[in-house]
Each structure stands twice: as C-alpha cells, then as structure tokens.
Write a protein that binds this ligand. Structure first.
Ligand code: PLP
Length: 429
C-alpha cells in the first residue's frame, strides 16, 4: 500500500497544527510512520486520500457501532442542519434524546448533555464533590477519563502512549486531590480509603477498562467497589464513555447488574458528533445549576445536529437490541480466530475481550491492570500494527487501546482479518 498523499498532507499539517493532529493518539508516534489521512468511510471501511481501502477496527474510537455513514444518522443530521445549526436556546429534541437515554439506562432519572467525554467526566466529578462536600477522588492507574487536569494522573490511552501519564501543566494542588488505586485490586482501594477517611467524594472508573488495551473487571471487583462506596459515603462514578450503549443498551450497569451513582457517556451517544453526557438519580442531578449550586454550562451543549445524530443512533439501538448479540458474536469469532493464528505462530500473547471490545497484548501473563499491560512487548505490537496496515487492516496505533467492533463488519471481513493476523504473526519475535 502507498501512503504518498497522506505523508504530504501530514507534512503540511505539521506546519500549522502541533504534531499535525488535533488529538495525540491519531499520530503514529508509538508505532512509527506517518498517520493516514482519511477521505471518507462507509460501513466497516475507511477510504484514504491515496485510494486505499482499509477494514476499520477503530471506528472513530468507538462511536460508529453500526458502521460509518450509517444512513438514519446521516439523514437526521442533514435534515436538522437545514433548520439552523445552533441556537443557544432549548429545543424539543434535547428532551426527546434525554427521555430515551433515561429509558434505556438503569438507575438514572436525569441526564445532562455536554460536548465530549472529557466534559462529562470533569462535570461528574465536580457534581460528586458538590453533592458530598468532599474534595478527593480515587482514580485507577491506566484508566483514562479525558484530558481534564484531575485525570491526568497515571492516565491511560494517549497520555501513556506518549509517556506523559502525569502531564506538565497539572498543578500539585490539583494532583494532591486525585488518589491513585490499582485496577482490579480491592484491598488496595480499601487501603486508600482508610488512609483518607471522610475525605473522598467519589471513585471514578471505567467499568471495563479500555485505555490500557481492554481489561475486564475481575469477578467481584465492581461489587466490592459498590460496597466500599456505600460503607464510606462515597459516590461511585462509572465512566461509560466507551461501554455505554455498547456492552448492552444499558451499558456496563446492565451487563454486570451493578448500580453506579453517576454515569458518564460519550462516543456512541453522539452517533459520531461531539457529544458527552452525565446522568444520575434526580436527587444528585438536581444539585446542578440552574436549580442547584454546582455550576456547569456550555454554549453548544445540546447542539441540534449532535442531538439529531445521537437520537437517531439511540433509536436504532433501542429498536434492535439484537445488534448487541450480533456484534458480540462477531467479536467472539474474531477472538477465536486470533487465538488460533497467534497460537500457531508461537508468539507470546494475551487476548482480553468483553462484548465487542477486544485487544491483543504481546505478553504471556494475564493482563489485569496497568502494570501488567505495560509489561507487554511493544516492539511486537509495532510490527503487528504495520503488518496489518499493509494488509489493509486498521487497528489503533498503540497497544494501550481497545479494538471496537462495529456491526457493519461481515464474517468475510473477519476472516480476512484473521488470515492477515496469521500472516503478520509469523513475522513477530
Ligand atoms: N472516558 C473514557 C473511558 C474514554 O475512553 C475517553 C476517550 O477516549 C474519554 C473519557 C474522553 O472522551 P473525549 O475524548 O470525548 O473527551
């Protein structure tokens, strides 16, 4: 495959955009080479500016669960755009999408829309602090909750890919209120709580971690956190930016049968437009301005185009819940195929999967937390990434990311992917 035009566009971009990209994980720094500039996408495929066709396993980092340029979503946006793109006034569609989200997700009465997952998590933490009157939060090493200051402490995803899990620019004052814990280690969480008695407002976590590769919660971990929160008057925040409307219509809460106090959304809820949201029972949500004391706002929040895309997406998922089974089965098929070809290539690997989230770590040990994810062989990941790209398969350009499966993928696409993985696996060390 040739990437001549992508490389020249990247050279131009670097002159006027830092690093040539508007979000660091899009650059190929962790794997080497130049990023690919996309021209258009449809269904499971990306078409780049050099005329290459790629099978897409990133799907815009999660939102395109039904595939790219999904017609009901595109039509809803086009229709709305003709009536004006932003008003800064209430619109009926905001209530419509809110009511549908509240009906689909367990344990929430009210939801507020924002413009990104970062904003959702940042606002959820402020709300938790306002509601409990406490300052400290617990987050887990390797979890990513967006790029707001309080979360850039041992963060996963791009932050760790680029070696800045603790970013310069985050003040010591902010960092001291973020307490770190180890994912899947309840004893560790217990110790952190004991050392900060009556000071912790919330525990925030990805109920399935997706930003250190995919790491499912160990048996009893989420239940244990719920219990610790109840015993210590701490709010439990599920960051379902990745898992919401993906693992099930009601997200991880539904899948695992665990109640969180505040839930954060992004990605799928916006149908591919810039949307985030956070939700909780009325008692908590009514702490927000204009009826409560905790301030939170946004010029473009609830934007009509974004709401139209999100509503069209949620309606599709709500009307056809079978889609969750369908993507899970496809991911299971991929898992089985990858397992076979990597085993026969005799490489050391661990595949983690839950629902339609899957990742490959080149490590023979179980990958259950940030430390075990970081031990995997990154040199092999680089070879794997570029080998697959050469075969027309696009996975995330970092080992600290999850593959997102979309329902537009056919079993032929999956077979082609498994065959390509088998071929590339033979080149690994
Ligand atoms: N939370 C999680 C779990 C994420 O994966 C992400 C982004 O990947 C975010 C929050 C931040 O969302 P956004 O990039 O929309 O700000």
């Amino acid at each position: 495959m040739k990437y001549k035009r992508s490389s020249s566009l990247f050279a131009e971009a670097q002159k006027v955009i830092p690093g040539g990209v508007n979000s660091p994980v899009r650059a190929f720094k962790a794997v080497g080479g130049d990023p690919i500039f996309v021209e258009k996408a449809k269904g499971a495929y990306l078409y780049d500016v050099d005329g290459n066709k790629l099978i897409d396993y990133i799907n815009s980092w999660g939102p395109m669960i039904l595939g790219h340029a999904y017609e009901p979503v595109v039509n809803a946006v086009v229709e709305k755009a003709q009536k004006g793109t932003s008003f800064g006034m209430p619109t009926e569609i905001e209530t419509e999408i809110a009511a549908l989200a509240v009906a689909m997700v367990p344990n929430i009465d009210k939801i507020r829309f924002v413009n990104s997952g970062t904003e959702a998590c940042m606002s959820a933490v402020r709300l938790a602090r306002g509601f409990t009157g406490k300052d400290k939060i617990i987050k887990f090493a390797g979890c990513y909750h967006g790029h707001s200051d309080s979360f850039l402490i041992q963060a996963g995803s791009g932050a760790v890919t680029f070696g800045t899990p603790n970013s310069p620019g985050v003040t010591e004052g902010t960092a001291k209120d973020t307490l770190l814990a180890t994912y899947n280690d309840l004893k560790n969480v217990e110790a952190v709580i004991a050392a900060n008695k009556n000071e912790i407002a919330c525990i925030i976590l990805e109920p399935v971690a997706g930003n250190m590769g995919c790491i499912p919660p160990a048996k009893g971990f989420l239940e244990g956190l719920r219990k610790l929160c109840d015993e210590n008057n701490i709010l439990l925040i599920f960051d379902e930016v990745m898992t919401g409307f993906r693992l099930a219509a009601g997200g991880a809460q539904e899948l695992f049968g665990i109640k969180a106090d505040i839930i954060c959304f992004g990605k799928v809820i916006g149908g591919g437009l810039p949307v985030g949201a956070f939700a909780a029972r009325a008692e908590i949500m009514d702490y927000l301005a204009p009826i409560g004391p905790v301030y939170q706002a946004g010029t473009l929040s609830g934007n009509p185009l974004a709401m139209a895309a999100g509503l069209a997406m949620l309606k599709e998922l709500n009307k056809n819940k079978e889609v969750f089974n369908s993507i899970n089965k496809k991911t299971e098929y991929l898992h089985k195929g990858l397992n076979e070809v990597l085993t026969s290539a005799n490489v050391k690997f661990t595949i983690n999967r839950i629902g339609s989230m899957i990742s490959v770590h080149f490590s023979e040990k179980p990958v259950t937390d940030f430390a075990s994810a970081a031990e995997a062989n990154n040199e092999n990941f680089k070879i794997f990434f570029h080998g697959l790209l050469n075969e027309g398969i696009y996975i995330a350009p970092s080992a600290f990311e999850t593959w997102f499966i979309c329902d537009a993928l056919s079993y032929e696409d999956l077979d082609a992917t498994i065959a390509a993985c088998g071929k590339v696996a033979k080149t690994l060390k």
